[in-house]
Design a binder for this molecule. Sequence first.
Ligand SMILES: Nc1ncnc2c1ncn2[C@@H]1O[C@H](COP(=O)(O)OP(=O)(O)OP(=O)(O)O)[C@@H](O)[C@H]1O
Ligand SMILES: [Mg+2]
Length: 265
Amino acid sequence: MTTTAATSQAGAMAASNIIPSADRPPQRILIECRRLTKSYRKGDNIITPLAELDLLVPEGDFLALMGPSGSGKTTLLNLIAGIDRPTGGQLIIGGTDISTLSRGKLADWRSRQIGYVFQLYNLVPVLTAYENIELPLLLSSMSSAERHDRVRSALQLVGITDRHDHYPRQLSGGQEQRVAIARAIVTDPTIIVGDEPTGDLDQESARAIMELMQRLCNELGKTLIIVTHDAKCAAYARRTLHLEKGRLVADGPAISGSVASQGGN
Ligand SMILES: Nc1ncnc2c1ncn2[C@@H]1O[C@H](COP(=O)(O)OP(=O)(O)OP(=O)(O)O)[C@@H](O)[C@H]1O
Ligand SMILES: [Mg+2]
């Protein structure tokens, strides 16, 4: 889909908030970007990493975000994750325009709705895998028994239960990223975002991580947005967006998505 088509789709769906589809039941729109813009002033210049972007993301979608370096991928991801704030347009997630929330409310919203997976894992080196995963739950009022259950389930889901007492330095890159994914999902967020989560991994580990991401979408119904430079990783998504100079230049199904989901590629 082109930018123009995406724009008209955004306009057409404003009233119903539902994307009709011939082969799937109607899907609720979870994320709506309307003329979403991010600009910075540097002296006399204005830099605009994201320019009036229109985008609709249905609940349970899996997006791969691609584009050259500097095209605005991280900027878009950080806006959707509530880490950064837009300078123009609207960003409506689950019915709330998050650009209007106060700093405190946005932090609270983020902790409940977003799981963030980074390229370099960002684990705390002095904590074990178990303790790293438990960390976001310590901010909630959850009982220790419930925390324990949640961490155990997350460890199991990402397949590293036997490494629960290992420190990050005792894990491979792929295992560290599994811990980071477990930490991102342990709070049961609606949306999982990843900024090049496979960027530091060998091909086999990268593929295993993308398979795991695909399961989070297919089995748990999570909505995922993953930045990647690798077409093979993007093929695990349901839909690929291409950004160039802060604009959406292409939006369509992942070309070989069915191959990836069948274990080919
Ligand atoms: N705080 C900032 N101040 C000024 N310019 C910024 C700031 N953050 C990002 N930019 C600019 O916005 C543009 C987009 O940056 P962004 O990090 O979103 O790119 P990207 O697509 O993620 O690139 P990469 O693939 O290299 O990670 C770049 O030109 C960058 O220099
Ligand atoms: Mg980036």
